[in-house]
Design a protein around this ligand. Structure first.
Ligand code: NAG
Length: 229
């Protein structure tokens, strides 16, 4: 139902999949140098593996996958997810719990992640870009159909949701099938579009320009908004 879709969204902050990359032996070359001795820098393939792991948690979730690719103390931070959990309502709303305050972690351990994710629907998750340094992977992604339905019923045409996730990892040893485990997740995305797809937010005045232009006047140019002249 509605809540289960929301929980899926919350889950969105994690990710791991049966990555086809295999494991990389210690002492191999990576993009930053030779991984011998004290070097613990991931290479491009290992960063892609981390990104694919995250994708798997969203699009093909199993507890085995979560156990394999997340640290036991994994934490997730996402005001975008909290906005969805709260149904677009301010956390000060008087309605029944749970309302979660913006800025709160959405998950604080592997156990709470699995409890939230178990049984949630899988959602198509396309990776658009992957960047990395030695221990952190940044992923730009897009979900073309964020509401798998049938409850709540999705709109005739769903708005895509695009987001950016920063995945801080913990080195797990070169001999491991997962040399870099996801430890901290910072995830933000277009929760406005997702609320639309879930039918929670129904925009008004879409056939006119007055409201759109008023909003444009309020947005900072630094966010890329082209203001009405
Ligand atoms: C999600 O995908 C995984 C892997 O294919 C599958 O085992 C799991 O049952 C799916 N979850 C749901 C809720 O369909």
């Amino acid at each position: 139902m509605y809540t289960s879709t929301i929980a899926t969204v919350a889950t969105f902050t994690l990710g791991a999949a049966a990555a086809p990359w295999g494991h990389f032996g210690w002492g191999g070359w990576n993009g930053w140098g030779f991984n011998g001795g004290s070097g613990e820098c991931m290479n491009d393939a290992q960063a892609q593996q981390v990104a694919n792991n995250f994708k798997g948690l969203i699009s093909a979730y199993t507890n085995d996958l979560a156990n394999a690719v997340l640290t036991t103390d994994v934490q997730d931070f996402s005001d975008s997810v909290i906005e969805l959990i709260d149904g677009g309502c301010p956390s000060s709303s008087p309605g029944p719990a749970p309302y979660i305050a913006l800025g709160s972690p959405t998950f604080t351990s592997l156990a709470t992640f699995e409890a939230g994710q178990g049984g949630q629907p899988n959602i198509t998750f396309n990776i658009l870009n992957v960047w990395h340094n030695c221990d952190t992977v940044t992923v730009r992604w897009r979900g073309p159909m964020p509401n798998p339905g049938p409850i709540p019923p999705p709109p005739a045409v769903q708005e895509q949701v695009t987001g950016i996730i920063v995945l801080e990892t913990s080195f797990n040893g070169w001999q491991s099938a997962q040399p870099f485990l996801i430890q901290t997740i910072y995830s933000e995305f277009n929760s406005g579009a997702w609320l639309y797809d879930l039918g929670i937010f129904t925009p008004a005045g879409c056939s006119g320009s007055a409201r759109r232009d008023a909003v444009a006047q309020a947005l900072p140019a630094g966010m890329g908004m082209v203001k009405r002249s």
